[in-house]
Design a protein around this ligand. Structure first.
Ligand code: SAM
Ligand code: SF4
Length: 475
């Protein structure tokens, strides 16, 4: 395989195809709804034990109104129990949309002639990051097409530039990556710049469908190169991995089983499961006029999110701004831990600050176009704490050292207060008057829930320091 990209095409040590289509199909078609069984499985999830593929299939079989109600309640409870009421916020930053691939659903694909192609220059990248910082963002995911110009060195250089920008009190404290799968050497180059999560979506785990949407004569047409992509990242020392599937290419039940198989594989091979799971649904895109027979309905999407929550209790779940506000409002309660907000997909779109969407410059259509301030206000109205926290990652607590889950009470003691401190920073530096007002009311409510004592006094003191102008305070 070459196709214009200079790469060592070896797979990871002991690479295997861990997606067993036959087994997945038979588990899905042979599982029937069984109240006793699904209640046992809910209890297992609620004891924070990841589910097997058989158990996941048993949850996929739930269809009755009563069963679904119980499913949603279990997912809601597990989310609250493990993640508390924090929602972490981030923004995607599109760096370049040149692409050698031809994914049939994507506006960036090579054959899409109406797409305006662009790669940010260093100056433009600095302008984008400045605008993002000036709106209050602290976490970014850099997104790239696949092209010989987006080498590991180029990506690493973008990461370095992003971290170097400091506008007013702003800073980007965590840079994640969504780019093509690399070889081990390439991943090492990027890791050296201090990235957070490396995210690769398999798109569909179903091989026949994968071939249908990704032409064989393209790099992305190689299913196994992509499936093994995060194994090579781990081999290169990146232990923060993000998996995902593009929902709507094939039966969503199969994709759930694929995602769970992927999580089980990573845990078995490396002792560390994925850090995040994404489940983007297909959106309209430039020059894409296909019918998608497996397009997932809102009700099915809700089930998908709840089942994933229960199947992989310790994996963060990302719901992107592809979803419209009403869906986000509904689904966020069933297990989502991260969302993007204030999202612009147009390359150079943050600095341009153009309110209308220009689809020919974007990869696909965004469903939630609300700005960051509006999203923060919305989350607070649902009693969530909008969090910009990056403490674990910056203290080196990634992968298997993920303390949040390992230490009982860690979330209450550290994560919630750190979320409040980062929210207070946002309120002081970027919020509208109304959001600021609501924000401090929320902080007061959260403080009132804390046990009296030295630790609470310490948090109050730190909050006061933020209000007096001190920044980047962490517990
Ligand atoms: N080019 C790299 C790749 O394909 O892995 C990374 C970036 S790509 C721009 C990010 C993701 O966008 C893809 O993995 C795919 O899941 C998603 N995507 C592509 N077209 C989409 C569409 N029409 N609607 C929603 N998501 C889409
Ligand atoms: Fe290129 Fe990624 Fe779009 Fe495929 S999904 S055409 S690889 S940008």
């Amino acid at each position: 395989m070459n196709k214009g990209i200079n790469m060592d095409w070896s797979l990871s040590k002991g690479a295997v195809d861990f997606i067993d289509d036959g087994r997945i199909n038979s588990l899905i078609s042979n599982s029937v709804e069984d109240k006793v069984r699904y209640r046992e499985i809910f209890a297992k999830s609620l004891s924070k034990t990841p589910l097997t593929l058989e158990e996941t299939a048993a949850l996929l079989a739930i269809k009755s109104k009563e069963g679904l109600e119980e499913l949603y309640n279990a997912a809601r409870e597990l989310k609250r129990e493990i993640y508390g009421n924090r929602i972490v916020l981030f923004a995607p930053l599109y760096i370049g949309n040149y692409c050698i691939n031809n994914c049939a659903y994507c506006g960036f694909r090579k054959s899409s002639h109406n797409t305006v192609r662009k790669t940010l220059t260093k100056e433009e990248l600095i302008q984008e990051v400045t605008s993002l910082q000036d709106s209050g963002q602290k976490r970014l995911i850099l997104v790239f097409g696949e092209s010989p110009i987006y080498t590991p060195e180029f990506i690493a250089d973008c990461v370095k530039t992003v971290y170097s920008v400091h506008s007013k009190n702003g800073a980007i404290r965590r840079v994640n990556i969504n780019a093509a799968p690399l070889d081990v050497k390439g991943y090492k180059t990027i890791k050296n710049e201090g990235i957070g999560t490396y995210q690769i979506f398999q798109e569909t785990y179903h091989k026949a469908t994968y071939s249908q949407y990704h032409p064989k004569d393209t790099v992305k047409g190689n299913y196994m190169w992509r499936l093994d992509g995060l194994d090579r990242a781990f081999e290169a020392g990146i232990d923060d991995l993000g998996i995902g599937a593009l929902i709507g290419l094939y039966d969503w039940r199969f994709e759930v089983m694929g995602l769970v198989s992927h999580a089980i594989h990573l845990k078995e091979k490396f002792g560390v499961g994925p850090h995040t799971i994404s489940f983007p649904r297909i959106q309209p895109a430039t020059d894409v006029n296909l019918e998608f027979p497996y397009r997932t309905k809102d009700e099915e999407f809700k089930r998908l999110v709840a089942i994933l929550r229960l199947a992989v209790p310790y994996t963060g779940m990302i719901m992107t701004a592809r979803e419209a506000p009403d869906i986000r409002r509904d689904v966020i309660h069933f297990g989502v831990s991260q969302i993007d907000a204030g999202t612009k997909l147009e390359i150079g779109g943050y600095a341009a600050n153009d309110k209308k969407q220009n689809l020919e410059r974007e990869q696909f259509k965004v469903g939630d176009t609300r700005g960051l301030d509006e999203a923060v206000k919305w989350l607070m109205s649902e009693d969530f704490i909008p969090s910009f926290c990056t403490s674990c990652y910056r203290a080196g607590r990634t992968g298997e050292h993920f303390m949040e889950f390992a230490i009982p009470g860690f979330i209450k003691k550290f994560c919630t207060p750190n979320a409040l401190l980062t929210l207070a920073e946002y309120l002081e530096d970027y919020a509208s008057d109304e959001t600021k007002d609501e924000g401090y009311k929320l902080i007061e409510r959260e403080m009132a829930k804390m046990e009296e004592g030295q630790w609470k006094d310490k948090i109050s003191l730190k909050l006061k320091e933020v209000m007096e102008g001190k920044r980047d305070i962490r517990l």
